[in-house]
Design a protein around this ligand. Structure first.
Ligand SMILES: Cc1ncc(COP(=O)(O)O)c(C=O)c1O
Length: 296
């Protein structure tokens, strides 16, 4: 009996198309120049998690690169929800991409008449559960986080080579994640996650101006800090602060809240998930299972 593979249905410029037919032009400036913005969003238990916060960041990123989004916010929200419905999913990951659109071979965005929008909703392969108890082994890497004066790391753009180079360097060290510093030597973030340091019960995270993306999960940690009774503030952090931390964890839509147990060969705290991180993980999981915009 032949196995019938159901293709994902992809939202592409207002229509739903089967994944093999979801194609963009080789002249699309998202592909030619990384000119565009995107969001990665999770849905849990039939609800899209922190959807409004993701839409806020999407429209802010687009505004920052002078990209006029051809869908208004209500239509975009509906397109995201409908993409989940079309695929019959209750748990998964959404990738929402807006490129500058098709242009010519020059980089002038004025030659691109219409942005391309596509939305993918799919199941996600999580970090194995053991990482949430054993923690990640990470390295700081030579590639610095790009300066906000060059390209603000607060823009979630399609231009990820800075992060990819850092990821490659981490791979070369055999690390599970890489930590990037900024040009002043302060800790910025991981390649696709924000970073948190716990010292004597207090929690610290790098300033956005130190080169961190304004992570949606990072923002949630400020609420969870109140719930769990821990002071959380932004700080300039150095590698030394990481080495002597009691606990470290990273946050991201994909990674969720994941402990870090080793940095540059230094064991962090207990060398596995610590008690404060455990509290944040539990509070985070409770939120993901019980809040969000209903899909159905
Ligand atoms: C560079 C970078 N930093 C941090 C994050 C974490 O942000 P969020 O919690 O919104 O997923 C991401 C992922 O989106 C990222 O790409």
């Amino acid at each position: 009996m032949a196995l019938f593979m159901q293709h994902l249905k992809i939202y592409l410029d207002g229509a739903f198309v089967a994944e093999p037919d979801a194609k963009v032009s080789v002249f699309d400036h998202g592909l030619l120049y990384g000119d565009g913005v995107f969001e990665g969003i999770r849905f849990y238990n039939g609800r899209v998690f922190l959807l409004e916060e993701h839409l806020d960041r999407l429209y802010d990123s687009a505004k920052a690169i002078l990209l006029t989004v051809p869908l208004d916010r209500d239509a975009m929200r509906e397109a995201v929800l409908e993409t989940c419905r079309q695929n019959g999913l209750r748990d998964g990951y959404i990738r929402l991409v807006i490129t500058r659109g098709k242009g010519d071979l020059g980089l002038n965005p004025n030659k691109c008449s219409k942005p391309t929008i596509f939305i993918i909703a799919a199941s996600i392969e999580l970090y194995p559960e053991k990482y949430y108890t054993e923690g990640l082994r990470v390295n700081t890497v030579p590639t610095q986080r790009i300066s906000p004066a060059a390209l603000s790391p607060a823009i979630k753009s399609l231009n990820y080579l800075n992060n990819i180079l850092a990821k490659i360097e981490g791979n070369l060290y055999g690390a599970q994640e890489s930590i990037m510093l900024n040009q002043q030597g302060y800790v910025a973030e991981c390649t696709a996650d924000n970073l948190f340091v716990i010292k004597k019960g207090k929690v610290f995270t790098p300033h956005i101006s130190d080169g961190a993306l304004g992570g949606i999960t990072r923002r949630l940690m400020f609420d969870l800090a109140v719930e769990t009774g821990h002071e959380l503030r932004e700080a300039n952090l150095t590698r030394y602060d990481l080495f002597v931390a009691d606990e470290l964890f990273a946050t991201g839509t994909g990674a969720e809240v994941v402990p870090i147990s080793e940095v540059d060969g230094r064991k962090i705290g207990p060398g596995r998930v610590g008690p404060v991180t455990e509290k944040f993980i539990a509070a985070f999981r409770h939120k993901t299972q019980n809040t969000g915009v209903p899909i159905y």
